[in-house]
Design a binder for this molecule. Structure first.
Ligand code: GTP
Ligand code: MG
Length: 484
């Protein structure tokens, strides 16, 4: 793809609106604009400056006309000139705000193409910004995340990354690594000079903060991924305990059918809501029991699958009845999967046991499970609610968030890694770092160790941008007094 020419595109979404914006970027942006727009009729023509014949000055908005081939006015527009290099793409950029009519916008695009512009490829404005050094890859990727954000929280995290939050964490670590590489390279290249050779302990000491920093950032992806992709929560339990009622309550809409007949819900019903900035997909499921017919038995199988696929399962129990065999079974299974949150429903009715006894009874079922349950296990959270009376729902929402996204409350947004590509590269870098450590322990020559360290560096380069040989060379020469 040519990146020296001038590109044009409609920057606002397809369809009709109050405004529609056409954007031009490239060396010919100004000339093309002069060819397609003109001063408003009746405006003073005194300013005969040939360069600014439209009166377009950097950073100024200009009221202009878009005429057709015969000179008739199609639209009156506002044009803004962003002079290079201080524009989004670091090229000359002109933004033309028209009225948001698709035919007008298409006409303007057609005129720009005739005047020598080329239609921009998807993402090309941001690609040019990247190629021209206006932003690094993490920032360019965050622009896409910002545009695609579905919650305000996602937008906030993305906006911080557009500002370079990810790079700000990676670049200093990379710098330490490059410094270490430079030291080792210098030790090899200038062995006969008095450059001191690093000891293994010295190398180890320099690697450690890099490893810790990278590992911490990679870990933050667990939370970042939740912010980006949201969570899936399955609502499971035996028939008639109030799963669909609870589902409707959490969504604040009458989405699933509720009846007094056990076995009402047959299929999975799912809906997404936002909670604390995190998109949560709740899935209502068929009540689990020995099925009466084929449809129900398929429904029950789907319930188990939903529980297995979920990030957290809300096990609904009927507080007005004793625990049954199905409850025992679900408690054990979900606890073993580490996905269990118990919701004791129908608390508006007289409870079968007082609240403390419920805790004990449930804990007993879980601990009586032979096998892999650790004895030190903490109490399972139990929420007492009434889906019918909408009681205890707010506390349930809070518990869902703190259980499923434990790190969210404490961390600053900028510390999250939300991008899967970046996380994979960080893991690659960490693997190479582990290999470097092994080489160090095996006392391999520094030439060999350097190969490992370059393997640590390469994935980081792919995240933020390349470290060239010149950078390492100039680093060597600027930080050491080689003497000759
Ligand atoms: N008293 C009381 N009744 C409730 C409560 N929640 C649900 N119910 C009633 O319990 C019955 C079953 O409710 P559903 O929400 O359909 O139960 P379900 O678990 O989805 O049932 P299935 O889809 O058959 O598995 C209905 O008559 C509800 O009105 C509650 O908190 N208190
Ligand atoms: Mg139901």
């Amino acid at each position: 793809m040519n990146t020296d020419d001038t590109i044009v595109a409609i920057s606002t979404p397809a369809g009709r609106g109050g405004l529609g914006v056409v954007r031009l970027s490239g060396p010919e942006a100004l000339r093309i604009t002069k060819q397609v727009l003109r001063r408003t009729t009746g405006s003073s023509q005194e300013e005969a400056d040939p360069v600014h014949s439209l009166g377009l000055h950097p950073w100024k908005v200009r009221y202009l006309e878009l005429p057709d081939e015969q000179g008739a006015v199609i639209d009156r527009v506002l044009a803004t000139y962003y002079c290079k290099p201080h524009s989004y793409t670091a090229e000359d950029v002109i933004e033309i705000s028209c009225h948001g009519s698709p035919v007008v916008l298409q006409f303007l695009i057609g005129r720009c193409l005739l005047a020598g512009a080329r239609l921009a490829e998807p993402g090309e404005f941001t690609l040019r910004a990247f190629l021209n050094g206006r932003m690094d890859l993490t920032q360019a990727e965050a622009v896409r995340d910002l545009i695609e954000a579905q919650t305000l929280y996602q937008a906030k995290v993305a906006a911080q990354q557009v500002e370079g939050a990810v790079s700000h964490q990676i670049v200093p670590l990379k710098q330490r690594l490059v410094d270490l590489i430079s030291l080792l390279e210098a030790g090899i290249d200038f062995a006969e000079d008095d450059v001191s050779v690093l000891s293994s302990a010295g190398i180890e000491e320099r690697l450690l903060p890099v490893e810790q920093g990278l590992a911490q950032l990679a870990d933050s992806f667990r939370t970042g991924k939740i912010i980006q992709q949201g969570l899936m929560l399955a609502i499971v339990g035996r028939p008639n305990v109030g799963k669909s009622s609870l589902f409707n309550c959490l969504l604040q809409q009458d989405r699933a059918i509720v009846t007094a007949t056990p076995g009402t819900t047959r299929d999975l019903v799912s809906e997404t809501v936002e909670l604390g900035g995190v998109p949560l997909r709740f899935v209502d499921t068929a009540g689990i029991r020995e099925a009466f017919d084929e449809a129900e038995s398929i429904g029950v199988r789907k319930s188990y699958e939903a529980a297995a696929d979920s990030d957290l399962a809300l096990l609904v129990l009927n507080g007005a009845e004793d625990l049954r065999k199905e409850d025992h079974d679900l408690l054990r299974r979900l606890y073993a999967l580490d996905k269990l949150l118990v919701v004791l429903n129908k608390c508006d009715l007289p409870l079968q046991f007082p609240r403390e006894q419920w805790q004990e009874a449930i804990q007993k079922v879980i601990l009586n499970t032979p096998g892999n349950i650790p004895p030190s296990s903490k109490n399972v959270p139990i929420l007492f609610v009434s889906a019918l009376k909408q009681q205890g729902i707010e506390a349930l929402r809070e518990t869902i968030l703190t259980t499923a996204v434990p790190t969210l409350a404490g961390e600053r947004e900028s510390q999250f890694l939300t991008n899967a590509r970046q996380e994979r590269l960080l893991q690659e870098s960490l693997e190479a770092l582990a290999a470097a450590r092994q080489s160090l322990e095996a006392n391999v020559p520094h030439e060999m160790l350097l190969l490992d360290l370059y393997n640590v560096l390469r994935p980081l380069d792919a995240i933020t941008g390349a470290t060239t040989v010149e950078v390492i060379l100039s680093n060597i020469f600027s930080t050491f007094c080689i003497g000759k």
